[in-house]
Structure formats: structure tokens, C-alpha cells
Design a protein around this ligand. Sequence first.
Ligand code: NAD
Length: 360
Amino acid sequence: VIIQSENLIRIVTQTFANSGCSDEEALRIATRLTSANLTGHDSHGVLRVPRYVMWMETGDLVPGRTINVVSQNETIAVVDGLQGFGQSVGEQAVQLGIDMAQKSGLSIVALRNSGHLGRIGDWAEMAIEEGLISIHFVNVAGSVLVAPFGGIDARMATNPVTIGVPMGDKPPLLLDFATSLVAEGKVMVAAKGGKPLPEGSLINKDGDLTTDPVALYGTFDAAAGDGRDGGGAIRAMGDHKGSGLAFMCEMLAGALTGGGCADVETQYFHNGMLSIYIKPGEFGDQNQFVQDALTYVDYFKAAKPAKDFDEVLVPGEPEQRRRADRLANGIEISDDGWQAIADCARQSGVSEDDIAAATA
Ligand code: NAD
């Protein structure tokens, strides 16, 4: 089905408002999830709705939370998300970092115990809107899925790293990726008979590279959910380099924030995020910085395209193009995915008319 973004936001807002969130928080969650879909990162978009609602029922996600400031000086703040929605406590932590960096030129905010923070690029975009560079390291305690380089057993999560650089009135530069070769969502899609995984995405319990989701899940039972007893794992991107980057996310976003590193004992999902905010104007002439950066962007993009490529893109460009396209033409969601969202909306009390109107 193809759904316009405003219809998606409306249905998801109603679902969370009916499930115990305030109208304001429900709208915030719906807008952020839809924003991930708009940029093309469907694995972090509205497909998460049923799982979020389930986590509200189990108490793993708590509506209405405000960050608790554990400690703060001029440049450093340590804050606890208290298992609030990442869309709420994440936004508060990022706003704090922005306010501090506007005053002193630099700030570092350590966020622990946050509910799912979604697409981390959203947080860099918030800083970009205020003219700030930002760097984010994220870990995911309670979601051990990725093998270290040279190992078989999962020891890390998909630990994303994100860097955002504002370019004045020109499109910003935004690098935002998971350090695993593929997102878990993609393994699940493949397990259900969908798009096959790229070569070598997984390592099985015997240490062989494979594309077979059984390596991660054991025998996959869609009804029973994702038992992760295959004895294998997802591989980190870039061999020792990606594995090392993911490891450092555990150090910075897990150990340093106080949120904890990945381990099998942690039963509930929570993100840790170490964010650094930088005011470029503190480093010299702001206009000169943007001009130099844009000159380099042109030089970079002018590289002759390789075989099977039409052009060279800078980080953030694919998302900007997809957002323009999906805002104009709507967001495509698989029938299965939409059914799960509609069922969840229905169970929360959204009317059949409202559900039908979303896809009309
Ligand atoms: P991905 O593999 O699509 O990579 C995206 C990055 O690569 C972007 O910066 C994009 O601009 C750039 N890019 C893509 N194609 C390009 C091209 N042809 N030329 C130049 N640059 C290009 O992303 P991913 O690893 O699948 O991550 C998806 C999302 O998942 C991210 O937004 C991430 O923040 C999020 N995530 C969140 C969590 C969490 O716990 N909250 C965990 C993992 C991932």
C-alpha cells in the first residue's frame, strides 16, 4: 500500500494516544517514525509501532518521561532517559546539548537508559537546524546480534554512528549508519521469504559465512517471533574496522554514559548515546568554512562514476532525495507491515473508518 505521510502520522498518533501517551507525545513519536520512512529507512519507521506498543505493556517503554539530569557542568551533561520513549527523552537530551553548545561552543551529552532512539540522523538534523555540527555514538543494550571480527558469537548490537554538518542555506551533510553489515530487520524479512541478504551478511555457528537467516534464528518460526538460537550472528561491516567502531560504541555509549554495554543478561532494549555538539563559528570565519566545505563537495562529486553508478553522492544526499520523493508521492509499506500497524491501531480503539481513510 502507498500511504501519504500525513495519514500515517495521524493513524500512528491515534494509536499511541489510545495506548497511554499524551496527545503531544503520541504526535512526536508518530512524526519521528514517519520521518524515518520519509528518508527511506523503513526498518526504523512505522513498522516499529506494534513493538513499541508491546513494550509499553511490558513496562520496557514508559510514556511521559522527562530526562533526569545526573550531573552537569558548562560543557558536559549526563542524563538518564528512565526508559522513556527515545522520541521524547532523546529530543530533550539533544535540546540540552544544543543549548549548552550555543553558550560555550562545545558540549557533550551522555544519555543512558533511553527507549529506542529510532533513526539517529534525526538527532543530527535537530542540531543542524540550529547551525551545529554533531557526532553521535550509540549502543543498544539488550540486543546482542553482531559478531566481533574474528569471532562467531554475537557480542554487540548494530551500534550506529552519525555525523551531521550544517552547510548554511545549502543541504547539510549527514552520515548515519549502523556498524553491522545489515540491520536485523533485513534478516527477518529474508527469514520470512522476502529479499535475500547480501553475500556474507551472517556467520553461522561453524564459522562459515552465509546468507541463511537460520544462522541467526535457528529454525525461524514467524508466529513464535525471533528466537535467536541459531548460534551464529550478523557480521560487522568493514571487517576489523567496522567491528572496532562498534566496539568503541560500547565503550562510549555503553560504559561511559553509564547505560551499560551489550550483554545477554539485559533483557530489555535500551539505547545509550554519547553526543558531541560543536559550534563551527568558534573555529574561525563561519562563511569561509561553508565555502571551503562546498568547494570540496563539488570536487568529491565530480569524480568519474564507477561501473553501474550514475553519479557520486555525498552523505545525506540519498535521504534528501527520498524525502522529497516520498513527501510528494507517499510512502510504500508492505501489505504485511500495514496489516500489523492497522491491527495495532484497531486494538487500541482506532475506528475502521479512520483506518480505511489512511490508505484512501
Ligand atoms: P545505510 O546502509 O542506508 O547507510 C546510510 C548512510 O550512507 C547515510 O549517511 C547515507 O547518506 C549514506 N549513503 C547511502 N547510500 C549512499 C551512496 N550511494 N553514496 C553516498 N552515501 C550513501 O544505513 P543503515 O546502516 O541501514 O542504517 C539505517 C538507520 O538505522 C540509520 O538511520 C541508523 O541511525 C539507524 N539505526 C538505529 C539504531 C538504534 O538502536 N536506534 C540501531 C542501528 C541503526
